[in-house]
Design a binder for this molecule. Structure first.
Ligand code: ZN
Ligand code: ZN
Length: 395
């Protein structure tokens, strides 16, 4: 079960490990247990669906079962693994959790951080029991103390917000490929008489044709009344004159996700549809302008889009955030959401962040519009990575 792996060099891996090591030392942990697969991939290059990574300031202990041993060996041989990687193979019938607790005992670790958002209560209980019953190998007096599992949040996710040079290169290439697919789709795929599922299937085929590993999420083709549903699934509905059609799709390239939306009109539409479009187009431009401002906060970018829609009396029809980070996950940090107690929106936009700008309005009985592009924040502004015309388009 081998997977294509991104060609991150040893220096990049060492840098990522160093940043996690700093966090581990700061919290006085012996190790951090990483169970989120994107976080594991970020630190090791390993892209399997199962695996468990234990990070110490010095080493990366990657636990893998027989399905993935060959893949990890291949990584190491090809020089695509971090120098600090220590593969730990599961032997016999030992599962991940048992091998993990044995490793803890072997190493004499007493305080371990774990990713609270990525460990089920059941697994946490299993760990507690296994660690309590494991005899430490060390004979030092302190080894009789119980092992403490300490919940952490966003340790690696925070680091992943700012992309390094290797990631930016991959995302830039991916955004160009996605733009090519989008221009082709708008040019010849969206036509009256075709159904939403037919158009979606062709988009997916074009994504693969453009070299993407797979779509980044279920492609959205939402026409007519369906366009007023922000997360519509393609149906057998046929595109007809008078429709607005929202097309939202993305691809995965070397593990990294890009994401784009355009909305087009089929034939003559209600003039109010065009007004919706104009408002969203303005909101999109306002959000990008704000994101260009050095030191801009995530909540301010969202507010810039929302304020424009308020001026058009459409803000009550904008029910989602203005954007989200892109990377190994299609939705990651930073979140450019409406300010609330839960999402204060006071994180500054920092150079290296890659995120979407995607305001939308959804009016029942009329239709919906969303315009989405992918943006890279730079030291002196931002660069729009996707390149597809945003002007009103009537097919
Ligand atoms: Zn999207
Ligand atoms: Zn998106």
């Amino acid at each position: 079960v081998t997977r294509r792996l991104s060609s991150v060099d040893g220096h990049t891996f060492a840098n990522r490990h160093r940043l996690v090591a700093d966090a581990i030392r700061q919290d006085n942990f012996h190790a951090l247990v990483v169970t989120n697969s994107s976080n594991i991939r970020y630190l090791t290059g390993f892209a399997g669906s199962a695996g468990l990574l234990v990070v110490t300031p010095e080493r990366l202990y990657l636990l893998v079962d027989f399905r993935y041993s060959a893949a990890v060996d291949g990584l190491v041989r090809a020089g695509l693994a971090p120098a600090s990687l220590d593969p730990v193979r599961l032997e016999g019938s030992a599962g991940y959790d048992r091998r993990f607790s044995e490793l803890v005992a072997e190493q004499g670790w007493r305080t371990l951080g774990f990713e609270a958002a990525h460990v089920s209560v059941a697994r946490w209980r299993t760990w507690q029991q296994a660690l309590a019953s494991t005899q430490p190998a060390s004979t030092q007096p302190e080894s009789t103390l119980p092992v403490a599992l300490v919940a952490t949040t966003r340790v690696i996710e925070r680091l992943r917000r700012r992309k390094d040079a290797a990631e930016i290169a991959v995302l830039r290439e991916a955004a160009q490929r996605l733009s090519t697919v989008a221009r082709d789709v708008l040019g010849d795929t969206v036509r009256p008489g075709r159904t939403e599922v037919e158009v979606a299937a062709e988009i997916d085929a074009r994504l693969v044709g453009a070299g993407f590993e797979k779509p980044a999420f279920d492609t959205i083709v939402a026409s007519g009344p369906n366009s007023a549903l922000p997360h519509a699934h393609p149906t057998r509905r046929t595109l007809v004159s008078g429709d607005l059609v929202v097309l939202d799709f993305g691809g995965v390239h070397e593990g990294y996700c890009v994401d784009l939306t355009r909305t087009v009109a089929i034939g003559r539409v209600n003039p109010d549809c065009r007004r919706l479009y104009q408002a969203v187009h303005e909101a999109h431009a306002a959000a990008i302008d704000l994101a260009r401002r050095p030191g801009a906060l995530t909540g301010e970018v969202d507010a810039a889009a929302r304020d424009v829609l308020r001026q058009h009396a459409l803000d009550q029809h904008f029910g989602h955030g203005t954007g989200h980070g892109l990377g190994l996950d299609v939705h990651e940090e930073p979140r450019l959401s409406r300010r609330s107690a839960e999402t204060p929106g006071d994180d500054p936009i920092e150079p290296g962040m890659v995120f979407t700008i995607e305001p939308g309005v959804y009016v029942e009985g009329l239709g919906g519009v969303r315009i989405e592009d992918d943006v890279l924040a730079t030291a002196d502004g931002c660069e729009v990575l996707t390149d597809v015309p945003r002007e009103w388009r009537q097919l």
